[in-house]
Design a protein around this ligand. Structure first.
Ligand code: NAD
Ligand code: UDP
Length: 338
């Protein structure tokens, strides 16, 4: 459809990987970010990898005048909206920060889009909106439940977008519910760059592998799963990024407001991931089973059928590749983009 895409949260983890896929697919790009959780270096590398330029503008979604200027100065056909705060624990401690940044930021963005007559958007939601699922795999029509302020912002933005479409059917909206993205582009030049001690499993594993951390704590060994550890649907970030291109293309068909899971449909336990990492890299990760982490759900994995039927998208990269690419990124960049 459109050739110029505005990406919010462009310098961030999933944003930067998606920018690379967009450039490689021939789109023109305007990236915006306030750099609160990322560095411009990611997009320098994206441009180097693709051999193509993009425009980056430092802009905060809470700055309405700044946003209006971006839309006034650049013709935009569609928006992919990644920008937001995403740490579940922090959202429990600072709920107002999350509500203000994620909800007001998104409302400002949608208003600026409407004023500029840009009515095509792909939005990053999360499988967290399913809360504790009653059965598995999780399909898009499951009941929704937010279990943290972060999850509540995702759910509220989903409703905001659906209400917007109901009020004006010219809007084309694709809501993507991600499962667990895993780390890095195969070049090892761009990847996930968490600050401080990683909360997520794969960054922790790769930091142990390069000697940045001593051992992995496995949170809980007494869950009702085959090996006692929690199960998740881990998806290679390049597959996830490609899903955004498919969702963008689909907006041409005026689908209305649609919701799609982006996962592999396969669940793996924490111990499966440790084994897969050893098989892919030859590195055994020392670990210790400790107490459960508060708020963890026993098992979560997607029904990935709708994405295949509606978007023609399916995750292709297996655990072996996820682990290899995650390790390559960590080895080439032991301290991230620093
Ligand atoms: P990230 O933190 O790397 O990227 C988000 C970017 O948004 C950051 O670069 C940050 O600086 C920017 N940002 C935050 N608030 C902003 C504001 N007010 N104005 C402008 N920029 C702002 O996170 P990510 O992992 O790339 O996640 C991207 C999106 O996907 C987020 O909305 C996140 O909630 C969602 N998501 C992520 C995961 C995951 O596991 N990484 C899972 C499900 C959904
Ligand atoms: N996990 C773990 N040790 C860690 C980080 C995570 O055992 O240092 C477990 C966590 O309890 C969960 C799984 O790995 O069962 C995935 O956790 P992550 O935080 O990556 O994703 P989420 O819980 O948000 O799905």
């Amino acid at each position: 459809m459109s050739s110029t895409i505005l990406v919010t949260g462009a310098t961030g983890y999933i944003g930067s990987h998606t920018c690379l896929e967009l450039l490689e697919s021939g789109y023109q790009l305007i990236g915006i970010d306030n750099l609160s959780n990322s560095r411009e270096e990611s997009l320098r590398r994206v441009q180097k990898l693709s051999g193509k330029p993009l425009t980056f503008i430092r802009c905060d979604l809470l700055d309405e005048a700044g946003l209006a200027r971006v839309f006034a100065e650049h013709p935009v056909d569609a928006v992919i909206h990644f920008a937001g705060l995403k740490a579940v624990g922090e959202s429990v401690e600072k709920p107002l920060l999350y509500y203000k940044n994620n909800l007001s930021g998104t409302a400002n963005l949608l208003e600026a889009m409407a004023n500029a007559e840009v009515k095509n958007i792909v939005f990053s939601s999360s499988c967290t909106v399913y809360g504790i699922p009653e059965k598995l795999p999780i399909s898009e029509d499951f009941p929704l439940q937010a279990v943290s302020p972060y999850g509540q912002t995702k759910l509220t933005i989903e409703y905001m977008l659906q209400d917007l479409h109901a009020s004006d059917p010219q809007w084309n909206i694709s809501i993507l519910r991600y499962f667990n993205p895993v780390r890095a582009h195969p070049s090892g030049d761009i990847g996930e760059d968490p600050s401080g001690i990683p909360n997520n499993l794969m960054p922790y594993i790769t930091q142990v592998a390069v000697g940045e951390r001593e051992q992995l704590s496995v949170f809980g060994g007494d869950y009702d799963t085959p090996d006692g550890t929690c199960i998740r649907d881990y998806i290679h970030v390049v597959d996830l990024a490609k899903g955004h291109i498919k969702a963008l293309e689909k907006l041409q068909d005026n689908p209305g407001a649609v919701i799609t899971n982006l996962g592999t449909g396969q669940g793996y336990s924490v111990l499966d991931m440790i084994r897969a990492f050893a098989a892919a890299t030859g590195i055994k990760i020392p670990y210790q089973i400790v107490e459960r982490r508060a708020g963890d759900t026993t098992a979560v994995y997607a029904d990935a059928g709708k994405a295949e039927r509606d978007l023609g998208w399916k995750a292709k990269r297996d655990l072996q590749q996820m682990c290899k690419d995650a390790h390559r990124w960590q080895s080439k960049n032991p301290r991230g983009y620093l």
